[in-house]
Design a protein around this ligand. Sequence first.
Ligand SMILES: Nc1ncnc2c1ncn2[C@@H]1O[C@H](COP(=O)(O)OP(=O)(O)OP(=O)(O)O)[C@@H](O)[C@H]1O
Length: 600
Amino acid sequence: MSSSTNKPGFTGMVTPRRYSTMTSLRNVTPQAKGNYPQSPSLIRNFSNPMFRSNSTQLSVSGSSALDLGVSEGAASPLGTLDRYPRPSVLNLQDASSYRTESFDSAASSFSKTGRIPSSGAGELPLLGSDIITSIRICPVDRHNNNLWTHGTVLNDPYGREYIHQDTNSNSSSLQQEYMFNHVFGIESDNLNIYQNSVASVVRNVFSGYNGIVFAYGMTGTGKTYSMQGTEDEPGIIPLGMRDLFNMVESNAESDTFQIRISYLEIYNERIRDLISDSQEEPKVREGANGEVIVSPMARVLVTSPEDVSQVIEQCNAIRKTAATDYNTYSSRSHAILQVFLIRNSQSTHTTRTSTLSLVDLAGSERASTDHERRKEGAFINKSLLTLGTVISRLSNSVNGGASSNNNHIPYRESKLTRLLQQSLSGQSQISLLATISVEARHAVETTNTLKFAMRTQNLPTEIRQAEASTNYQAEVSSLRAALVKSNQELEICTNILKQFKSDLEERDAYISWLEAEKSHESAISRARLRMEELLSDRNMEIADLKEEINDKEKIIYALRSSQQRRELAELNQSKIRFSKFRDLPNKYVPEESEKENVNC
Ligand SMILES: Nc1ncnc2c1ncn2[C@@H]1O[C@H](COP(=O)(O)OP(=O)(O)OP(=O)(O)O)[C@@H](O)[C@H]1O
């Protein structure tokens, strides 16, 4: 069955068909309550120090068919609520406010904001008591004259609540006081009960603890009414689902969540998966860590409180109910709704699964006249008897009162105790809602229910947060994503590096070019210098040569002049000689300048 298919319009809360005829009971006016038991807070003046001491069990004899194992061992002493938080000094005026602060505010503080302070998958301390026991008094026909003749509801300045019972029969007489975390009178409604007794369990489930809420009581006393409620008055299951989804929604930024549910019934000692169509009967076995595993068992994913309501509604239609002497629509089976909260921490990559078990037990009852009902009743009573024995022995072992014969805890004697083994042995926070009738004719059943609830207070507790396992898939995918990111970054870095390298090479090349240029220039300038030196040498040589040439020219000139003179002189001599040859009348007379040259 899938919660996401065939989803009808929003129906709000679970509306079991069996509640259609209950309006007359609910319309009882406060004025007409008569000697109806009210919640202790309404009769606070009845407080009496006497009730804080242990009461005396006067005499008990005989046993009833409905004595569901709770009479085993010594009578439980009054006031075993050691785990009940209480202030060391408290005066009367503070008492009422104390109750409100210790439970109500703790339970409802988160619902104001919906936000739970989270540290990863959550190392939050357990909120409230390990075990919360509450009694709910079922409203009865106000015309019944035998009302509550055998009991009184009381409380004390510490906010603890009591039922004082005084039962007499031909064979036995008993006066007993029982103390509980809460006693809800007829005026209490489901919301009131949820806020005080169950909200802290739901909140702890959100924080990673396991929790179990179970309704126990005689048939027809309002177990299913309290667990499922009506459209007008939603019960513990729809209220719890609303809170859980609110918390998930408010914390969805830091973590991711998945909520799955399974729903089964135990009918005549056979387990039936109410969600799956499979005909195979689920088997109970023990897991590697001692955990109880039921398989095959469907676990459907739900995404809203309405999804849960729808699944429950469909399953309830096939649950075993029948008319009994006391209840027109009596549950003939124990119903267990399990809510699995799977929380993935984004920061630590761990997954933690915490479980909330919501158990609506079939009611204990006297032998019926109808054969079929008698057979069912025998199974119901036997499993409740085993539950009583298990609880009795567990609580005795906690108090150190178990004899060696009674050390054995008979979990395996019924499917119910087998399924609840882990929760009962201390690994879950427990909230027990025991429903009672105050009618005189049901005094024995009421006594048994009260004893059962008292015993439950002494169950062992070693509640730890569910183990967080590493979410390898998430871790691998996150590592993969990180790797892809790193690779991309690496690629970018490599490209930048390449770019740098090429820039560097370019720069080096430029530098070497500049250096080459520089050395070239200096070579040029050196060559220029050299050239200039050479040039000046040449110039000097030229000047020397010029001077030399000058000298030479002078010499040449002088030589030429002397040559000319010599030639002139020779010419003159030649002339003379010539004139001698020709009569010498025209004798050659040299001029003055010619005479000088000849002298040189
Ligand atoms: N607090 C209440 N206010 C109004 N009606 C109630 C209340 N408690 C019980 N009833 C009515 O009493 C009848 C029996 O209640 P219910 O079916 O819840 O009892 P039960 O304990 O689950 O019985 P059984 O064990 O036989 O299944 C129902 O009609 C229901 O509506």
